[in-house]
Design a protein around this ligand. Structure first.
Ligand SMILES: N[C@@H](CCC(=O)NCCCC(=O)O)C(=O)O
Length: 250
């Protein structure tokens, strides 16, 4: 049996109903480049216990998502009306991060997932990084075709000797960019794994983690099999998940 990777869903309101959902590109990247079986975890009001998730999953993927983390989680006053938020996802993922690290379950965070890792461990975000002097606009052009939205947009430079540099074998490579928020204060216990030219933190790892614990601000899941660094990130995550499955005692 292949190892299982759990993905906590986004929620969205469709008419009178709440739906739980995960983008297909995350599922495809896990299947094709990590060789694991993805399972979707609904973002319940009363979150499923971490132990119950770990009983069925050998790794956790924290995906990207169009919603923004509610600002009170990182000490800011509420966002203006109309902000796209997903409090249910916040409640589920922010609590799960600490449990994942405590249990030594391998994790990969992508975009919102990186932001969740940072906020869960006590870091803060820029709610609109493009409004900060000297920073680039890291958002996609929503009117462009999706291939352009998720096409290479800027380079990142990896930290020498760091996890991401070892996984990709690269000191610099091109990434896409689809985010309006970004790390402001790095949480204690995280290390920078890559920076953009404007100093935006693009990847982090967890110091002294018991298992693979990497998060990136860009979207390696987008056609991961066509982009060498993306393939390597998912390969490395898959290998860590396989190792955890082999060694776990529960
Ligand atoms: N909303 C946050 C997070 C950005 C993010 O995760 N974007 C992903 C978009 C949808 C997807 O590709 O899954 C921000 O804007 O910083």
């Amino acid at each position: 049996m292949k190892p299982v990777v759990a993905i906590v869903c986004d929620t969205s309101q469709q008419g009178p109903h709440v739906y739980h959902q995960v983008g297909d590109k995350y599922i495809q990247a896990l299947v094709r480049c990590a060789d694991v079986t993805p399972v979707l975890i609904p973002a319940l009001e009363d979150p499923i216990a971490a132990a119950d998730i770990f009983a069925i999953a050998d790794g956790i993927l924290f995906t990207g998502g169009y919603s923004n983390i509610q600002r009170h989680h990182y000490g800011e006053s509420a966002a203006p009306d109309g902000e796209h938020e997903d409090p249910r996802r916040d409640k589920n993922t922010l609590a799960l991060v600490g449990e994942v690290l405590k249990a030594g379950v391998p994790m990969l965070g992508i975009c919102r997932g990186l932001q969740e890792l940072n906020v869960a461990l006590g870091g803060t975000l820029y709610p609109r990084v493009h409004e900060i002097e000297g920073r680039m606009d890291h958002r996609e052009d929503k009117n462009a075709p999706v291939e352009v939205q998720y096409g290479h947009a800027h380079s990142v430079s990896t930290t020498e000797g760091g996890l991401l540099a070892r996984v990709t074998g690269e000191s610099q490579f091109m990434v896409n960019t689809v985010h309006g928020q970004a790390i402001r204060d790095l949480a204690p216990g995280l290390s920078v794994e890559a920076l953009a030219d404007d100093e935006t933190i693009e990847a982090v790892s967890v110091d002294g983690a018991k298992a693979f614990a990497l998060a990136v601000q860009w979207h390696p899941e987008w056609k991961a099999w066509e982009d060498a660094p993306s393939t390597k990130i998912f390969n490395a995550f898959g290998n860590a998940v396989r190792e955890h499955k082999t060694n776990r005692t529960l």
